[in-house]
Design a protein around this ligand. Structure first.
Ligand SMILES: Cc1cc2nc3c(=O)[nH]c(=O)nc-3n(C[C@H](O)[C@H](O)[C@H](O)COP(=O)(O)O)c2cc1C
Length: 195
């Protein structure tokens, strides 16, 4: 039995692969959390397209890696205790599969297990604009206890780069998963200039 917390990370085929990579890098730096990674084929396609990273380079960022087809893996069972799961980024297809309990691959099965075990599931859904099916699926996941967390940049921290923007979102997600990071936090607004 590991003494480190386990975090399941699913990468699906929405744009925003950088969020997944930064999340894996941050967690790796912390050292206190063991990552279990499942990447869908479309997720890998996007990683190649957006970041020109190889499959091996992505796999090297995680402690354990599974094929999305391996529905017999440990992650497919609730007896494999984890601190939760994040799907980053989360496509509308994967959202729909989770919302409807399809468990059609290891990524969606692990999400299903996370919900049924009443563990934290954070889904970084990405699409724009949304159609009614997307909105209803997000509602269904929320009703089941999942957290819908679209990766929307915040400007109030005055980010100086895309990496800073991405990191701010990643830190907020890690907060939701109960993973402690020392990150810059909002400390209130300076009084407005009156002149
Ligand atoms: C370059 C690229 C960007 C995409 N971006 C999105 C997106 O932002 N959101 C989305 O829901 N689907 C997006 N898709 C479509 C999904 O990859 C596609 O629906 C796929 O079947 C999702 O499979 P998965 O959920 O198993 O990863 C994109 C596809 C490509 C090739």
């Amino acid at each position: 039995m590991t003494s480190r917390q386990r975090l399941v990370v699913g990468i699906s085929g929405a744009t925003g692969a950088q969020y997944a990579i930064r999340l894996l890098e941050c967690v790796r730096e912390l050292g206190s959390v063991e990552t279990h990674l499942v990447v869908s084929p479309a997720g890998l396609l996007n990683i190649h397209h957006e970041l020109a990273l190889s499959r091996q380079a992505v796999h090297a960022l995680a402690d354990h890696v599974y094929s999305h087809r391996d529905v017999g893996a440990t992650l497919a069972s609730g007896s494999f205790v984890t601190a939760g799961m994040v799907i980053v980024p989360c496509s509308m297809r994967t959202l729909a599969a989770v919302a409807h309990g399809l468990s059609d691959n290891l990524l969606t099965r692990a999400a299903d297990v996370t919900l049924k075990e009443r563990r934290r599931l954070v889904m970084m859904v990405r699409e724009t604009p949304f159609n009614l099916a997307h909105l209803r699926n997000m509602t269904a996941v929320t009703e089941m206890g999942g957290v819908i967390f679209p990766p929307l940049p915040a400007f109030y921290m005055h980010p100086q780069s895309i990496t800073e923007m991405v990191d701010h979102t990643v830190y907020r997600v890690l907060d939701l998963l109960g993973i402690e990071v020392t990150n810059p936090r909002w400390s209130g607004m300076t009084p407005p200039c009156t002149s």
